[in-house]
Design a binder for this molecule. Structure first.
Ligand code: ADP
Length: 296
């Protein structure tokens, strides 16, 4: 599977430019799309799932143009939107069976097996006879996951994957996705939470104000941040100055002041120790770089 995004622009009717010359190539495995709120992630996702047309640019899936082959591409897609809502009188299993039917599983026996399998996978088997409307928020989210995945889609798009899930559910969902990522599928996770981009993401792109600021592996991003992350023991006035000048990642009370982790260039303070960056440091550093146009 291969998705190619070329020179994509989206300008809304009110003149708001949500995407600016986006170019990406996405191959099998898990791909993380990371950026703050308002970066343009949902706009890009909506274009990819053919719910919205771009203003300019081309998206192709395995060489097929997204606009010209909407039907074919829709059948390959499983989409879990950020605000998955439904209004239905159906029971939980009926809802899932309906979704399975829509995704093309017409054989009754196969459908019923798939429904049971997915009810079990997302932990809804015990509530299968409950009206889908009466499920709790987390359960509805899990039903959303099941309806997106029941048709064995080859392209799975998940907007803000952990919204509404408790920690245990997050782990379960992550495991489902990482199991799926071993197959011939593309999984795109769009999120503003660095922790959602787990180690299974082979590649990621950082989006900020509609522009791709980085594309590559998480390791590459982390490597680019080496030499820019510091731990400083500080207090009082100097701490205030650091807050003004640098992006603070964490502050822990120390014996006489604070132990602060921060990212920045040319750090002009004593008592500093360079530390190994992680993905969160790298993300903060990159966002600072993108917004302030500092150089690496
Ligand atoms: P994200 O998903 O990263 O939070 P969005 O794609 O939702 O970002 O939004 C990107 C930008 O486009 C934001 O400034 C947002 O306000 C704007 N935007 C989103 N949808 C619309 C719309 N329908 N009309 C006008 N502006 C929009």
């Amino acid at each position: 599977m291969k998705i190619r995004i070329e020179n994509l622009d989206k300008i809304y009717k009110n003149g708001k430019r949500a995407l600016f010359n986006v170019n990406l190539e996405i191959e099998n495995g898990m791909f993380g799309l990371l950026g703050p709120n308002g970066a343009g992630k949902s706009s890009l996702m909506r274009i990819l799932v053919t719910l919205m047309k771009p203003t300019d640019g081309v998206v192709s899936v395995n060489g097929f143009d997204l606009q010209k082959n909407r039907g074919e591409i829709r059948r390959m897609l499983g989409y879990l939107p950020q605000d998955f809502r439904f209004f239905t009188k159906l029971k939980t299993w009926e809802f899932l069976s309906y979704a399975a039917g829509l995704s093309g599983i017409s054989n009754k026996k196969e459908r019923s097996e798939k429904v049971d399998e997915w009810l079990d996978k997302v932990g809804l088997f015990d509530v299968r006879d409950r009206s889908a409307n009466k499920l709790s928020g987390g359960m509805k989210r899990r039903l959303g996951i099941a309806q997106a995945l029941i048709g064995d889609p080859q392209i799975i798009i998940v907007d803000e994957p952990t919204t509404g899930l408790d920690p245990e559910e997050r782990i379960r969902f992550r495991n489902i996705l990482s199991e799926l990522s071993q197959k011939d599928v593309i999984i795109i996770l769009s999120t503003h939470i660095v922790g959602d981009i787990s180690s299974v993401c082979k590649d990621l792109a950082l989006l900020n104000k509609g522009e791709v600021g980085f594309k590559g592996s998480p390791e590459e991003l982390i490597n680019k941040t080496k030499g820019h992350v510091w731990q400083v023991t500080t207090s009082g006035f100097e701490y205030e100055m650091l807050k003004e000048k640098y992006a603070i990642i964490s502050t822990i009370p120390a014996e006489d002041g604070w132990e602060v982790q921060l990212v920045g260039d040319k750090l002009d303070v004593k008592n500093k120790v360079e530390i190994e960056p992680n993905l969160e440091h790298a993300y903060v550093y990159f966002m600072e770089y993108l917004t302030n146009k500092n150089s690496f």
